[in-house]
Design a protein around this ligand. Structure first.
Ligand code: HEC
Ligand code: HEC
Length: 586
């Protein structure tokens, strides 16, 4: 019987305290030791005995869209196959750090005798339903390709799981009967070959093989978990920014730094640095940002922003330069406008600007170029199209210079990096316990890599500003402003529009993006409170308690919007202090 039939609860973290030696995966759900294993040869492939019901662990005849056409479970059905031939179905998501580890370590599994591996990608790196066209990109993640690869946007194996299950879901199926022999949820990856061998031995009527002694790093991390730790400590390198030809121009970065801190670019005397203060990890210490007025979201750090595929909590900008243009023309933040900024640049930065971007337009004629104005305002709309374009170009170049500066704001390697490179004493035992708990309760599903972020969008029940209908809808509301903006990677002010449009094929966002926000980086965390997209958590302890109790019945905060992501599990109270201690290190 599989879990669905038993209605068993997820027991997150049952195995979390010690990563090893694992007695047996806590996430293993055993199918009954089935008597039909010797049902023998039923005849031709595709002929299956009896009625099929997923409750009894008989997989329906599922099929998926693969790289080259249909991938069907039936294609691998071998009624007369030797006992022990198994199909290993893995449901993965490209946003999940643990799924990526499994994909990158597929060689061990495909090399096993009598094992067919079918990988089903449910979602892409942005947590959007996986499109077959995107599968090619996933292939690059493998050390050895699986037997078959397909997209599974409907998460068909989800029926075998329950809410609150960690990815990947792995289902081991007898190829002769298509009967589920075992279901595992995020097994310690190094254990997967062993778990498969146990099933094979059972099907062959052989004694259960002994679990190999796992190799441990620092006496606590299995090799797969250690890989995740090493990725957290990996050096950070900003990816190229092809839509900005000046992104890596040092002169542009120097100019950008001046622009970032210049309060005269706003009539209200607000600069980027008013809210993004270097001494506070480029945040402001407030729940909600405050410029001309208070805004409705918490000020995020700028550290590592150069690597984000989407900017802002809801991803309503797709380049860092387009992001930088936003605050100037936001009435609550800087209360400025592109005309105002262009005039200030001509007054203050003419030589530096022209050395990088070429001649400024002549802005002297106050009738053609009023002192202030932006799209939607009468003064702006009265200008000729060419003059508007000339001013917008100056404005965009200001934003591109700021991006060049922001690309230099990167995480500073600290004790975590020292630990990950093998200096175990760099962390106190308490911090190491915390790191271990952080990985094993599944935080690294989303907070992975050198920024501790997957850059994708999830609803994690953190309160926003406004209640009910007036609540903050997050990601789902961000597509319209993004597609209608001329300031984006595919717009007229991009320096390379040959790029694949990140918005291609996106006409609407799925319901699960309601109340979803981008996984923030955890860099600079100890200095960047309060936390959450509306700064409703005063301390890291409060955030950890939120995650620990996330599945407990509680009165829902009326400011929470959307449906909690199914991949969050909660964990036991005794881990709260350890996880908090790790977060405080960042
Ligand atoms: C009034 C305070 C304030 C000012 C001034 C301000 N910001 Fe921000 N910044 C914020 C807030 C709040 C957000 C998040 C807004 C949202 O997601 O809707 C943000 C988001 C960002 C982000 C995105 C980070 C991420 O993780 O998504 C970057 C980068 C950034 N600001 C840079 C700048 C630059 C450059 C300037 C100056 C041109 C600037 N900010 C001016 C408050 C401010
Ligand atoms: C399914 C993805 C996911 C998982 C798993 C996850 N997080 Fe998050 N995390 C997010 C998202 C999304 C946000 C922003 C949510 C918001 O503000 O609405 C966030 C926000 C945070 C913040 C606030 C950061 C800031 O600058 O405001 C902290 C701290 C944090 N998470 C820690 C953790 C810890 C610890 C765990 C494990 C117990 C964890 N997260 C698991 C996605 C995830």
């Amino acid at each position: 019987m599989v879990c669905v039939a038993l209605g068993c609860e997820p027991s997150a973290g049952l195995d979390a305290g010690s990563d090893a030696p694992p007695s047996e995966d806590a996430f293993v759900r055993d199918a009954p030791l089935d008597t039909r294993a010797d049902a023998g040869c039923t005849g031709r492939p595709g002929e299956l005995v009896g009625e099929r019901s997923i409750d009894r662990g008989d997989l329906p005849l599922l099929s998926w869209t693969g790289l080259d056409g249909e991938v069907a479970l039936l294609d691998h059905h071998g009624p007369c196959a030797p006992a022990g031939r198994v199909i290993v179905l893995r449901q993965l998501a490209a946003w999940s750090g643990h799924s990526l580890w499994h994909a990158a370590h597929t060689a061990d599994v495909v090399a096993m005798d009598d094992v067919v591996v079918i990988d089903l990608w449910a979602a892409d790196e942005d947590a959007m339903p996986m499109r077959p066209a995107s599968l090619h990109a996933e292939l690059a993640r493998y050390d050895a390709p699986p037997t078959a690869l397909a997209s599974d946007p409907d998460e068909q194996l989800g029926a075998l799981a329950i809410a609150g299950i960690q990815l990947p879901i792995i289902v081991v199926v007898d190829a002769r009967t298509l009967h589920v022999e075992r279901t595992l949820f995020d097994p310690r990856a190094g254990d997967l070959p062993h778990s498969i061998r146990v099933v094979q031995a059972h099907l062959r009527g052989e004694p259960e093989p002994r679990r190999p002694e796992p190799e441990l790093v620092d006496g606590r991390f299995t090799l797969d978990r250690w890989d995740l730790v090493q990725q957290l400590g990996a050096p950070f390198v900003p990816p190229p920014s092809p839509s900005n030809a000046y992104a890596d121009d040092p002169a542009a970065a120097t100019l950008g730094e001046h622009l970032f801190e210049d309060t005269t670019l706003s009539p209200a005397g607000v600069s980027c640095r008013t809210c993004h203060q270097p001494s506070r990890a480029f945040t402001d210490g407030l729940s909600l940002g405050r410029g001309v007025e208070e805004v409705t979201r918490n000020t995020p750090t700028v550290i590592g922003a150069s690597a984000a595929r989407w900017q802002f909590w809801d991803g309503r900008a797709d380049t860092l330069w387009a992001q930088a243009a936003g605050p100037f023309e936001n009435a609550r933040e800087m209360g400025s406008s592109r005309l105002f900024v262009a005039h200030r640049v001509a007054d203050t930065y003419r030589a530096d600007y022209e050395a990088i971007f070429g001649p400024l337009p002549s802005l002297e004629d106050a009738v053609r170029f009023p002192p202030a104005g932006m799209p939607g305002e009468a003064a702006w709309e009265a200008m000729s199209a060419e003059d508007r374009d000339a001013v917008t170009r100056v404005f965009v170049n200001v934003a591109k210079a700021i991006e060049a500066y922001e690309r230099t704001i990167v995480p500073v390697p600290g004790r975590l990096e020292a630990y990950a490179s093998g200096s175990y004493d760099a962390l106190t035992p308490g911090e190491r316990d915390g790191l271990q708990a952080f990985v094993s309760v599944g935080c690294t599903q989303c907070h992975w890599g050198p920024l501790l972020s997957n850059g994708a969008f999830f609803a994690v029940d953190m309160p926003g500003v406004g209640e009910g209908e007036a609540g903050d809808r997050g990601r789902i509301a961000a597509l319209a402003p993004l597609t209608s903006s001329e300031l984006r990677a595919q717009g007229p002010y991009s320096d390379d529009r040959s790029l694949v449009d990140p918005l291609a094929g996106l006409t609407m966002l799925p319901e699960r993006t309601l109340g979803a926000f981008r996984t923030p980086t955890l860099r600079g965390l100890s200095q960047s409170g309060p936390y959450g997209h509306a700064g409703t958590f005063a301390s890291l302890h409060d955030v950890t308690v939120h995650y620990a109790h996330i599945r407990m019945p509680h009165t829902r905060d009326p400011r929470v919007v959307g449906t909690l992501d199914p991949h969050l599990l909660g964990f036991e109270d005794f881990r709260i202090d350890a996880v908090t201690r790790f977060l405080e290190l960042l």
